[in-house]
Design a protein around this ligand. Structure first.
Ligand code: SF4
Length: 235
């Protein structure tokens, strides 16, 4: 069974929109948001997927078999799926039959991951793009939890993996440079994204972040869904 987050009305968080972040920004996609996470970022905007001190698991999560999830995905006229969370790689064994079945029908996939859990060979076969988002010190996690060197080396060796860093303060970029050097990442594969859950917060950080991207040759990405729809679930 897959643990799928719920939208505000209680239905599974499987929806059709445009990708709001990263190298596929603007691409029409079906989103599948899976619940649970192995980290606890202070600024996380999907705490309802994992923070069971403040959210109720029964209210926020629905457990569905892969066939039902596939039906809900195929209800939309769109063959590109973004698998997000929470941390979807916690459920990669359960995801495997779904991904295989949809791939056989011509679907393509990208996965959003925090980069702490290595992908299985089955997932590697079918996922066309990995959006890896290692968490920095300002996420509030312990660094030992956020950076798994073997997993990051695995993603670094994949040509279809991009590294998207959430930037809260300018000094976060120094940490990104250290990771760039440590994992020998080409700057074109690195994206910097302002942290923010409101258009105002994004605008404030977007005043200085693009310049740092230019300086280092990194890509800049905004959070289009926040600009368009704020912090609304399922958009
Ligand atoms: S890794 Fe992602 S889902 Fe997990 S706490 Fe951090 S931002 Fe939230």
């Amino acid at each position: 069974m897959l643990k799928v987050s719920r939208r505000s009305g209680g239905e599974p968080e499987i929806f059709h929109s445009v990708q709001g972040e990263g190298v596929s920004l603007g691409v029409p996609s079906v989103f599948l948001r899976l619940a649970t996470c192995n980290l606890a970022c202070s600024w996380c905007d999907t705490k309802y997927t994992w923070d069971w001190q403040n959210f109720n698991y029964q209210t926020e999560v629905v457990e569905l078999g892969p066939e039902i999830v596939q039906q809900k995905i195929q209800a939309y006229d769109c063959s590109h799926v973004v698998i997000t969370g929470g941390e979807p790689m916690l459920q990669q064994e359960e995801l495997q039959p779904l991904v295989e079945s949809l791939a056989a029908e011509g679907y393509t996939f990208e996965v959003e991951t925090n980069g702490t859990i290595p992908p299985t060979p089955g997932m590697l076969r079918h996922i066309g793009q990995w959006n890896v988002s290692p968490k920095l010190r300002t996420s509030g996690n312990q660094l030992l939890e956020t950076q798994n060197p073997l997993t990051l080396q695995t993603f670094a060796a994949l040509p279809d993996a991009y590294f998207k860093f959430v930037i809260s303060v300018e000094s976060d970029v120094d940490e990104v440079c250290t990771l760039r050097d440590q994992y020998d990442l080409a700057p074109q594969r690195i994206l910097l994204m302002p942290e923010g859950r409101t258009p105002d917060a994004l605008a404030r950080k977007s005043a200085w972040l693009p310049e740092l991207c230019v300086q280092h040759g990194f890509r800049f990405t905004t959070r289009l869904h926040i600009i368009l729809w704020g912090d609304e679930r399922g958009r």
